[in-house]
Design a protein around this ligand. Structure first.
Ligand SMILES: [Zn+2]
Length: 319
């Protein structure tokens, strides 16, 4: 990404949350060359004192010029790119870092056609790239979930209409949103039953003590339509009675639905969770959106083979 203008990028700061970002100049400065990109991943993934699995000696890794792996005196080789979104890529790493910049700075998401035009690569390459970047974002969201304990969690079940389920079929999709404070976690669920829903909330927001909901339908599901003791407290007036609190779930829905209805309307039911995670990634960083890009490149979690856990982390085998 050689992109240097001879002036500093403007430090415009918008009062609207989510409207700051990382400029092309800043990203280009950090990832100007192939070497800089590789070294960045190397630093994040391998300690210099990593032990060799073959001869069990510590350290002494060396790199042959121009190769994207490290070698050991015994002949063993390891690659910091293995298993990450950059696994065995034939594209320049700079393109990946540039594509991730678009994902971090956009509001409406990035589609493969855009990447195809912008990066000058084939459609299939762009499609796979976008898919892997979304997996990467989902994995980082999972890493940043942390070990916070939540006292009360707001939950809501929503229906998304008209999601593609087959070549000529469209159907509804059920999604479950859980919010604590300013953080939201979203999952696609197959089964709207109280124990399934409860388990998914426990996965998404571990350690929560009480579940609140402002939605009547959600409260009915949590009470098994009146047959069981409710697992969630129905508090329809919560945000009216607590005007200082923000309805994070409604905020996320209005952030997600419009782009999903327009730019991503052909997304299949199987991949819906991935798009939701992409939007969740940006939405959870809306108050510090200047860090969104740097969060994306801060870690390179293993996404192949499947390393994600919890709700909606199933990778499709063909990916
Ligand atoms: Zn060795």
């Amino acid at each position: 990404m050689p992109f240097t203008l001879d002036y500093e990028p403007s430090r415009f700061s918008s009062p609207r949350p989510g409207y700051d970002g990382t400029s092309l100049q800043d990203a280009a400065r950090a990832f100007a060359t192939e070497e800089a990109c590789f070294d960045h991943v190397l630093q994040r993934r391998l300690e210099p004192e990593a032990e060799c699995k073959k001869c069990h000696k510590v350290g002494h890794w060396y790199r042959r010029r121009g190769y994207k792996y490290l070698q050991h005196a015994c002949g063993a080789a390891i690659s910091p790119l293995a298993g990450t979104l950059l696994h065995a890529t034939k594209l320049p790493l700079r393109l990946w870092f540039y594509a991730m910049l678009h994902f971090a700075n956009s509001h409406e998401g990035v589609n493969s056609g855009f990447l195809e035009r912008q990066l000058g690569i084939g459609y299939l390459a762009a499609f796979r790239m976008a898919h892997k970047i979304r997996l990467h974002m989902a994995a980082i969201e999972e890493l940043s979930r942390g070990s916070e304990q939540y006292d009360s969690v707001h939950a809501r079940l929503e229906i998304i209409n008209n999601v593609r389920t087959g070549p000529h079929h469209r159907d509804i999709a059920n999604i479950l949103l859980a919010a604590a404070g300013q953080r939201v976690e979203v999952a696609v669920i197959d089964e709207v039953r109280r124990h399934t829903v409860k388990r998914v909330i426990s996965d998404l927001m571990p350690g929560q003590k009480e579940i609140l909901t402002t939605c009547y339908r959600t409260s009915r599901v949590f009470a098994a339509y009146g047959a069981r003791k409710p697992l969630a407290a129905y508090v329809p007036r919560h945000f009216i009675d607590h005007p200082e609190e923000v309805d994070t779930i409604s905020g996320f829905m209005s952030y997600f639905l419009w782009p999903f209805r327009t730019n991503h309307r052909h997304v299949s039911h199987a991949h819906l969770w991935l798009y939701i995670k992409e939007f969740q990634f940006r939405y959870n960083r809306r108050h510090r959106s200047r860090d969104t890009y740097w969060d994306m490149v801060s870690a390179f979690p293993q996404i192949f083979p499947k390393k994600l856990s919890g709700a909606n982390s199933l990778l499709d085998p063909g990916a």
